[in-house]
Design a protein around this ligand. Structure first.
Ligand SMILES: NC(=O)c1ccc[n+]([C@@H]2O[C@H](COP(=O)([O-])OP(=O)(O)OC[C@H]3O[C@@H](n4cnc5c(N)ncnc54)[C@H](O)[C@@H]3O)[C@@H](O)[C@H]2O)c1
Length: 292
């Protein structure tokens, strides 16, 4: 529904120190480079979350395996709000490499103070195919990036989060809460993120650390645009939701900021679909309900 950088975030993250992984994603960047190029005004989900958090007053570690793309996220915000952009630090690190993440977190802590928020946003599509065909090496690699990396970053951030009584938001997907995906690997990793987050919430709640999940629906993002989604398919996808409106990364960034914020201090272990109601619809029954 919101396709532009918000002028005025509704959430305050003033004084917070937040690390966002996979925050370099943006138009014509990332692993899809060279394929159909996304419109220049599109922001990736991690980049939008990082920008929104900075606009809301947080110091933000903009972490990506591709340092140049992380720097681009910081630069993109300069034109919108130079002060917010100055609160960001671009960090190059591969989330599957523990030492690289340790180094990045140490720098963020040294320059901005202990972490009070962690957004585990990195996720890849993984190999396609059903159980009959999926490549098992690709399957293991997808689990390492989409699930295991979140354990590693959490482990590294926990001492700070316990000190600050902070929060973690893990990014899943509509694909992780509903069937119907063409491949087996991606939804399986995204469902694992939900189970992992709920269990982590129980483990770390007594120390004052909240762990929640956001499950975005069918958005228009650089990743999706680079796949070459037709205008007609975009309209059909948007019309399928309860609101009938296409979403962008900014529609995800606000709810993530809310869950990180002190306004959500009594919320942990939840999975929040951000999907214009799509996950609440049983498509076949939906037709019957309209007729009733
Ligand atoms: N795009 C959508 O419509 C959609 C919908 C539902 C859920 N999601 C989820 O949202 C998250 C972000 O999606 P997106 O569309 O912005 O993805 P994206 O591919 O555009 O961006 C992901 C970013 O992560 C970075 N990255 C990849 N591997 C990394 C690693 N090992 N270490 C550090 N950085 C790494 C990439 O360089 C890239 O900048 C993912 O978890 C995805 O599964 C996306």
């Amino acid at each position: 529904m919101h396709h532009e950088v918000p002028a005025q975030p509704l959430i305050s993250l003033s004084g917070e120190v937040v690390l966002v992984t996979g925050a370099g994603s943006g138009a014509a960047s990332g692993p899809h480079e060279g394929r159909q190029s996304a419109p220049k005004d599109l922001w990736g989900i991690g980049a939008a979350i990082a920008a929104y958090a900075a606009l809301a007053g947080a110091s933000v570690g903009v972490l990506d395996v591709d340092l140049t793309s992380a720097q681009r996220t910081v630069e993109r915000l300069v034109t919108v709000d130079p002060t917010a952009s100055a609160r960001m630090i671009a960090l190059g690190a591969d989330v599957t490499d523990e030492m690289q993440v340790v180094t990045a977190v140490e720098r963020l802590r040294r320059e901005r103070g202990p972490l009070s928020g962690l957004v585990n946003n990195v996720g890849i599509g993984g190999p396609g195919g059903t159980a009959a065909a999926v490549d098992l090496d690709g399957w293991s690699a997808a689990f390492e990036i989409n699930v295991t990396s979140m354990v590693v970053t959490t482990r590294i951030a926990l001492p700070d989060l316990e000190r600050t009584h902070g929060g973690i938001v893990n990014i899943s997907s509509l694909a992780g809460i509903r069937g119907g995906h063409h491949g087996l690997s991606y939804p399986t990793t995204k469902a694992a993120v939900i189970g992992m987050s709920q269990t982590m919430a129980g483990h770390h709640g007594p120390a004052g650390v909240r762990v929640n999940t956001v499950a975005p629906g069918l958005l228009h993002t650089p990743m999706v645009a680079n796949r070459g989604l037709s205008e007609e398919r975009r309209r059909t996808r948007a019309a399928a939701s309860m609101l009938g409106v296409e979403g962008s990364s900014w529609d995800v960034a606000g709810p993530v900021a809310f869950l990180l914020s002190r306004a959500a201090s009594w919320i942990t272990g939840v999975t929040l679909p951000v999907d214009a109601g799509l996950s609440a619809i049983a498509p076949n029954l939906g037709v019957a309900a309209r007729d009733a």
